[in-house]
Design a protein around this ligand. Structure first.
Ligand code: C2E
Ligand code: CA
Ligand code: CA
Length: 736
């Protein structure tokens, strides 16, 4: 090698050293190409995974070329990379037929050397290619080596730098993630707690501090058991640890205790973290305070199981608690009774005073009942005016006493802003073991007993009896048939003459409903009227009887007037249920009379005291209306109820009907006789005419006449008669 050549190599290497990075390689390939007169020089970086070389710098026919990647397979470089330095002076393309590029560029010679790092690991290649034969020769290998050493060092440095850069950006990314994790940890609303392998607390977040009331400093180093409420049994924690070790995670609800001693429910999730060796390194627990969720749940549950008005259990909860209580009672052979209570007059209170007052009555009764029941009793409001009590008892005598006390409570006057209200209540009782074996049967039987009590002694109580079953079936049957009978109009009035006791002339006739049913035969009004009243059918029935009576008496009086005989009036019964005060319904109107040309003074309306007891003011208004239309009014069954004189004074009655129970056993100077005498006297003083009901004997008739009773009604004169017989009877009576 000549001196000149040495100098130019030195200069070239100096120039290369003045640069760094990719310029270093560019200057290196350029200088080397010029020194050894190569057509191509390249530095490639090895990608061992894909077995490729990626050019870092390429000198190509007098200038720097674009970077490229190429497969090492089948190329002379493959040999270089595995073998160190290679020299092929000529016909390289023939030697490596798989390397198409060699042929394409018309290359002959090749020198290549692998670039290695300090540990001897190949990292790249330095390659020179020649178009002329034999230029790739031993002579240039010295220079080539010098450049290869430089290229190796720089490539290693570049790779190291790149690796560093990669690590730095990885670290940066990790840091960012850590920072984010930390922020999440601190700011999440869930309480978080991290403990070590011995479950000593390492870290907690702010939400956890707030939740438990302890500061981070107070918690760190301690065992989370310091938060235990003591409400979970040991078995709970045993199961938790078992879950944790089996599945690595436990989730569930538990109660913790705050620093101030208050316990609170949390939803907790505990995860077990293991290190690379599979040993437990940490526990991470999250806690969500579910106090308000629980409170809401409880509130919803309470709403679903309790009656909003009285706060008592509703039928749903009653069913549940009663079933359990029955099971306990059956095991312990205890006596237990189901007591069903019903407010008789709640509808009336609602319609007369409005629902607010009605609600108040229900609430007050609920409170009274609650005050009277023992903890072991199950009390509920089943609906509207219905209450049920399942109570244990030791003797029938005591049970009866308790029921009487309950009834007394019920009837105590309730003072409201709208006035004083006296509720009435009926009670039905069924006994476990005697009447029924389960809750369903108890409920049914107590209901049957209640119905019986209502029908026979409203405001009283009745124990269940199997006979009621028969009666209840009969009741249902009559009710069903009654609907049909009314829609088909098969119920009709019979008329019972009311006779003037002075001259025995027929003065009025009382219309009495008669019903002969295809299946049931003749049904007594004493049976079907109460059913019509309790089902609301009474309105239809009342209208039917009234209209029909008006028709019959319009016809009768037209005939009587043609025959120049004195007219006969008709008396029609009207039940309290026909006066719907809240709807302002008026059961008796004069319109129908005009249609049939019957004078209202020939029509009398009979009502009973109960109308006035239930709604005194509205009753007065309605009775005045009836009177104003020209009808007369009779007070029926006098003597059986309260029979208060004040009714007679304040209400516009014309007639007072003395109940047949006084007439039946009336003997001269006997108790009833004296009572009847007083009633007649009193009525006369008030300007009322009297009608005695149920007159069956001449003796009764004579006594009544003596006492100055105005009219008599009863079998002595006539039974209730169908229209044609009535017409005959009236004519015959006139003829006497
Ligand atoms: P009430 O209004 O007291 O009618 C008189 C009842 O006494 C009638 O019974 C009648 O047949 C019966 N009676 C009449 N004279 C005698 C007698 O000398 N001895 C005996 N032992 N009884 C006598 P009935 O027809 O069975 O009616 C029973 C009740 O049904 C009536 O009692 C009345 O409260 C009700 N009722 C009947 N028809 C109607 C109606 O159309 N509307 C309404 N709201 N109630 C009616
Ligand atoms: Ca009557
Ligand atoms: Ca009567």
């Amino acid at each position: 090698m000549s001196l000149k050549f040495d100098q130019s190599v030195d200069a070239a290497l100096k120039l290369v050293n003045e640069h760094s990075g990719h310029q270093y390689f560019d200057v290196l390939v350029t200088s080397l190409a010029q020194l050894i007169d190569a057509d191509y020089v390249l530095i490639g970086e090895l990608d061992l995974v894909s077995h490729q070389a990626n050019t870092v710098s390429l000198w190509c026919e007098g200038q720097l070329g674009e970077k490229l990647s190429y497969d090492l397979e089948g190329t002379p470089c493959d040999k270089v990379y595995s073998g160190g330095i290679c020299v092929y002076p000529r016909e390289i393309a023939t030697l490596f037929p798989g390397d198409q590029m060699l042929d394409d560029f018309g290359l002959q010679g090749y020198v290549g050397k692998s670039l290695k790092d300090a540990e001897g690991k190949p990292i790249g290649l330095l390659v020179a290619l020649f178009k002329q034969k034999d230029q790739a020769c031993e002579d240039i290998l010295g220079i080539f080596d010098l450049f290869a050493i430089r290229a190796s060092a720089e490539l290693e440095r570049t790779l190291w730098e790149r690796e560093q850069q990669k690590q730095i950006s990885l670290l940066q990314k990790k840091n960012q993630q850590l920072d984010l994790s930390h922020r999440v940890f601190e700011h999440t609303n869930e309480g978080l707690l991290v403990s070590d392998e011995n479950n000593n607390i390492l870290e907690v977040n702010a939400a956890f501090e707030r939740m438990c009331g302890y500061s981070r400093a107070e918690l760190i180093g301690n065992n989370p058991s310091m938060l235990n409420s003591g409400l979970q049994p040991k078995s709970f924690y045993d199961a938790m640890w078992q879950d944790l070790s089996a599945k690595g995670i436990w989730q569930g609800e538990l109660w913790n205790r705050r620093k101030d001693g208050e316990t609170y429910p949390v939803w907790s999730s505990i995860s077990l973290v293991k290190n690379d060796q599979g040993e437990i390194s940490n526990f991470i627990s999250s806690f969500r305070d579910i106090s308000s969720e629980k409170a809401l749940q409880e509130q919803l549950y309470h709403q679903a199981t309790h009656d909003y008005l009285t706060g008592l259990s509703n039928s749903f909860e009653f069913q549940d608690h009663a079933t359990k209580a029955i099971a306990v009672a059956q095991r312990a052979s205890q006596h237990i009774a189901l007591i069903r209570m019903n407010i008789d007059n709640l509808n009336m209170v609602n319609s007369s005073y409005g629902h607010i007052v009605g609600d108040m009555v229900v609430k007050t009764i609920g409170e009274k009942l609650k005050g009277q029941t023992r903890d072991s009793d199950v009390l509920a409001r089943l609906g509207g005016d219905d209450f049920a009590l399942l109570a244990g008892f030791d003797s029938f005598h005591r049970l009866e006493k308790q029921i009487k006390r309950t009834l007394q409570l019920f009837t105590e006057t309730i003072h409201t802003e709208s006035g004083d209200i006296s509720p009435s209540c009926s009670v039905g009782i069924s006994i476990l073991g005697e009447d029924a074996e389960d809750l369903d049967a108890l409920m049914r039987n107590a209901q049957t007993a209640l119905r019986f009590a209502k029908q026979h002694f409203r405001g009283g109580y009745s124990f269940y009896s199997q006979e009621f079953e028969e009666q209840a079936r009969r009741h249902d049957k009559v009710e069903n048939r009654l609907y049909k009978a009314l829609s088909e109009g098969v119920i009709e009035p019979y008329f019972q003459p009311i006779v003037n006791l002075k001259d025995m002339s027929v003065h009025h006739c009382e219309a009495l409903a008669r019903w002969t049913d295809e299946q049931l035969g003749q049904v007594s009004p004493a049976e079907f009227i109460p059913i019509a009243e309790s089902t609301g059918l009474i309105q239809k029935l009342g209208e039917l009887i009234f209209n029909r009576s008006v028709q019959v008496f319009a016809q009768l009086n037209a005939e009587l007037s043609r025959e120049q005989k004195s007219s006969v009036g008709v008396t029609v019964n009207r039940s309290p249920g026909e006066f719907n005060f809240s709807k302002g319904e008026r059961p008796t109107t004069a319109e129908i009379l005009t249609q049939h040309d019957l004078s209202p003074d020939l029509v009398c309306i009979e009502i009973t005291e109960s109308l006035m007891i239930e709604s005194p003011d509205e009753a007065l208004e309605q009775l005045n209306h009836i009177k104003n239309q020209g009808f007369s009014l009779a007070l029926d069954d006098f003597g059986t109820g309260f029979s208060s004189l004040s009714y007679l004074k304040h209400y516009p009655f014309d007639y007072l009907k003395i109940d047949q129970s006084f007439i039946r056993d009336m003997k001269e100077q006997g108790e009833d006789y004296l009572l009847v005498k007083t009633i007649i006297q009193m009525a006369k003083n008030l300007g009322l005419q009297t009608i005695a009901e149920g007159v069956e004997t001449e003796e009764q008739c004579r006594l009544l006449k003596d006492l100055g009773c105005d009219y008599g009604q009863g079998y002595l004169f006539s039974k209730p008669l169908p229209q044609d017989e009535l017409f005959r009877f009236v004519r015959d009576a006139e003829a006497v």
